[in-house]
Design a protein around this ligand. Structure first.
Ligand code: HEM
Length: 376
């Protein structure tokens, strides 16, 4: 799927170049909203061969995205009802759907989901007849359908059409704003540390093509360290909920004193990462501290993608997507803050995003001053 990531990164780069030409001197771009459009296009295409065209037309122009946004409203004025329902089982009688608009949105999503499913099934039938190896555009939906059609799985393990269609909003929710926010925080961190940004740019310019392969992207050690460090310090999904089924001890980030006055310390940041644990320092990844290997995460000695049987299944996907984005953007542009650093705050509603303290009503954003890099 790397070619989709790179192609869409280049489309974003070109859109920003055009934007800069329009603005002439100012050069301020809200990177969060643009990255969100880019990752929406990517998950549509790589997830289920669906063209949102969000980079070209804007996110709101698309019917499926509008329906999705209505259900998973990501602005700061969300309804508390779903949260109350999830937290207090006794409140499940509250209406789950906020209004008729939400019902309508569900119906739209269902209809488009069914259409995509039918289209994928058809394409699978025709291709399968010709030659399996000619199956291009291996989106997640096709892969899922193929696995589901395998003759060697027991009947009760096969997914129903309804279950397959339900994966579409799942992948949209899980794979869209997580990666765009992760990349936004990486640009934030790089704007805060211009020397890291320059070092990264020098490494990226050592590759002679604008269209790197996945292996080329993964062969760049400093890019890898920047992505790791950014995901360590600015985890896009900062918390989750679990219901314990038996008594256990949860590792905590802060030491705590129990009823008997005994102090318990678990996974304290500084113990694992050192005194500079709260600093953005990609170089720390040149030698991972011993204590970090005890963190039970599915990736990178951290819990950014969680761990265990419900860990993120899209982490490899998002790591390459983030690398493709940073590769293309940092080679082309220089990034600095467009507002005083103190003005940038964090809101957290499933995904944690930046906003401007001076303009909370404007919703989530990260305006950066973007300048074309003069290449030698
Ligand atoms: C930087 C980007 C991403 C981050 C930080 C992230 C983080 C996470 C986390 C923390 C979970 C566990 C949530 C929980 O159980 O409470 C999760 C689950 C999941 N993620 Fe991601 N994710 C990212 C990108 C993606 C992408 C790109 C995809 C799809 C292509 C994806 C698909 C999923 C799915 C399907 C689950 C549910 C897995 C299950 O419950 O079995 N994620 N993700």
């Amino acid at each position: 799927m790397t070619d989709i990531f790179v192609e869409k990164s280049i489309e974003l780069r070109d859109a920003w170049e055009a934007e800069l030409q329009k603005q002439q001197t100012e050069g301020s771009i809200d990177v969060l909203s643009w990255l969100s459009r880019m990752t929406l296009d990517v998950i549509g295409q790589a997830g289920f061969n669906y063209q949102f065209n969000a980079l070209a037309d804007g996110e709101e122009e698309n019917e499926l995205n509008r329906a999705f946004s209505t259900i998973f409203s990501s602005n700061m004025t969300f309804s508390v009802i779903p949260l109350l329902r999830a937290t207090f089982p006794s409140l499940r009688w509250l209406p789950a759907d906020r209004d008729a608009g939400s019902k309508q949105a569900r119906a739209t999503m269902e209809r488009i989901g069914r259409e995509l499913l039918d289209k994928s099934k058809k394409s699978l039938q025709t291709v399968e007849k010709v030659d399996k190896s000619t199956l291009k555009g291996r989106d997640i939906l096709i892969l899922l359908l193929r696995a589901n059609m395998a003759t060697d799985i027991p009947e009760h393990q096969r997914m129903s059409d309804q279950e397959v269609v339900s994966q579409i909003p799942t992948f949209l929710a899980a794979g869209h704003e997580t990666t765009s926010t992760g990349t936004t925080w990486a640009l934030y961190a790089l704007s805060k540390s211009p020397e890291v940004q320059t070092k990264l740019r020098n490494e990226l310019l050592s590759i002679s093509t604008d269209n790197p392969t996945m292996d080329e992207l993964n062969s760049l050690p400093y890019l890898d360290s920047v992505v790791r460090e950014s995901l360590r310090l600015y985890a896009p999904v900062p918390f989750t909920q679990r219901l314990s089924v038996k008594e256990d001890v949860i590792p905590l980030s802060q030491p705590f004193t129990d009823k008997k006055g005994k102090v318990h310390e678990y996974l304290e940041d500084k113990k694992i990462w050192g005194e500079d644990s709260l600093e953005f320092r990609p170089e720390r990844w040149e030698s991972v501290p011993e204590g970090a290997s005890a963190v039970p995460g599915v990736w990178g000695n951290m819990l950014t993608f969680l761990g265990g049987p419900r860990a993120c299944i899209g982490y490899r996907f998002s790591l390459v997507e983030m690398k493709a984005l940073l590769f293309t953007l940092i080679r082309t542009f220089d990034f600095r803050f467009a507002v005083p650093l103190e003005d940038i705050g964090i809101t957290s509603w499933i995904v944690q995003r930046p906003f401007l303290r001076s303009k909370p009503e404007a919703g989530n954003q990260l305006p950066l001053k973007v300048k074309l890099v003069q290449r030698a």
